[in-house]
Ligand binder design. Structure first.
Ligand code: GLV
Ligand code: MN
Ligand code: MN
Length: 419
């Protein structure tokens, strides 16, 4: 790897803590909730407003903006070699329905801060440096999650993704058109353009760094995950008159399924993660036997063998428990565990060391767009602590000092990769 024309340690001195904190606060106003978090779900009006705000900042600083067929938003600072592929960084602007002010948006704004720091420092890189805000990382409104990065990486089919609907029946196609109309028009580019490297900064979303009093997580990879949507169909009936033996109660069947899944996923070592995050009982009336239940399963493990074996057991188990109802099991997302590129991991570790920041190597329990970039180009991630390890929660918090530290490490890492 070549040496930077600017000595190591230069660009990070231009990373501005107050400016980054202000941009995070400005973004947090979009979709702000009463409890201090954000509701900026993918392809909502709020998502469109966040894209417009970022685009405005980018244009004001003279950076190029572009989008693609799923609305990924790219902000590019040109490099000296027009033929060099960009070194990319970024994350997502969408949030959980009761999300925090840092999950995703921190990585986008830390990346944008690096572009500004490069500009302020007058550093020329050979490769362009590009910040991307990927569409629908969270997957809370539309499944599959990470649809922007997965389409970019050639891992999904655009027509399949555009046809996906949210619980209200609104398609990605329609929501995307409405969201994009809120940001200024910009050039569109194809999926899969080459990338020289990808580095994503993110809050840890877990308790480890804080508990150990450390500032930087040097992320080694991401565990595998499989998501399922389960639809149990029974028969609506009168709650006062229908004998239990004659019922097709979708809720009682779903309850048996959840109990059996908990047994399947029982792990004395507490490494398996299994979550039933959505559970809808229909028609939702106190005196009607439920005729339908829709629930989701989010299952994760770092070992590819466990991901396959336990994941493959889910559908047969649910079918064996369905009577007297029927069940439909749809796998909405599947990702194998990934290991990040040793050169990028080393660049992150070296940057933390250069800046005198305490750090440790660690895996990621959460999914990130970096998972889809990893097979395409050398990829890595940088974690910073979040308070009490809490994320996917309106109280999510990361201090301005830690946000600054992560952006400084990102800056040094990107410059090293982009020279
Ligand atoms: C992303 O937020 C995930 O589900 O890990
Ligand atoms: Mn995230
Ligand atoms: Mn998230």
């Amino acid at each position: 790897m070549a040496l930077s024309p600017a000595p190591a340690g230069t660009v990070s001195r231009f990373v501005n803590q107050a400016r980054l904190a202000q941009r995070l606060a400005d973004m947090a106003r979009i979709g702000a909730t009463a409890k201090g978090g954000v509701n900026r779900q993918a392809l909502s009006v709020e998502d469109g407003q966040a894209r417009a705000l970022l685009t405005g900042w980018a244009v004001a600083r003279g950076f190029d903006v572009a989008t693609d067929g799923i609305g990924n938003l790219f902000v590019r600072r040109a490099g000296s070699n027009p033929d060099a592929a960009p070194v990319m960084t970024g994350s997502h602007l969408d949030s959980q329905p009761t999300g925090g002010r840092y999950d995703g948006v921190y990585g986008v704004l830390a990346g944008f801060e690096v572009l500004e720091a490069l500009e302020d420092a007058g550093i020329t890189t050979r490769h362009p440096v590009e910040v991307v805000a990927w569409t629908n990382e969270e997957g809370s409104r539309f499944q599959p999650y990470c649809m922007g990065s997965a389409l970019f990486a050639g891992k999904m089919d655009l027509e399949m993704v555009l046809a996906c609907t949210d619980p209200k029946g609104i398609s990605v196609r329609d929501a995307l058109a409405e969201t994009l109309a809120l940001a200024p028009p910009m050039p569109s580019r194809p999926f899969g353009t080459p990338a020289a490297a990808y580095v994503e900064a993110h809050i840890e979303q877990g308790p480890r760094l804080e508990a150990e009093g450390l500032t930087i997580g040097v992320v080694q990879g991401i565990q595998g995950s499989r998501w399922f949507q389960v639809e149990v169909t029974g028969q609506e009936a009168h709650a006062g008159t229908t004998p239990h033996g004659a019922r097709k109660d979708a809720f009682q069947t779903a309850l048996r399924m959840v109990t059996a899944l908990n047994d399947l996923m029982h792990d004395p070592d507490d490494i398996i993660r299994c979550t039933f995050g959505r559970f809808e009982v229909l028609p939702g009336s106190p005196n009607t036997v439920p005729g339908k239940v829709i629930f989701t399963i989010d299952f994760r493990h770092p070992d590819a063998g466990v991901v396959k074996e336990k994941g493959d057991a889910i559908a047969p188990l649910l079918h064996s428990l369905a009577a007297p109802c029927t069940v439909m099991v749809k796998e909405t997302s599947t990702t194998a565990p990934v290991d990040f590129d040793p050169l990028v991991v080393e660049a992150v570790r070296d940057a933390a060391g250069l800046l005198g920041l305490s750090h440790r190597d660690m895996p990621s329990g959460a999914n990130h767009d970096a998972k889809f970039m990893a097979p395409r180009c050398p990829t890595g991630m940088i974690f910073i602590p979040c308070k009490d390890g809490i994320s996917h929660n309106e109280v999510e918090y990361a201090s301005p000092e830690h946000c600054h530290a992560g952006a400084a490490v990102l800056a040094e890492t990107l410059v090293r990769l982009a020279v």
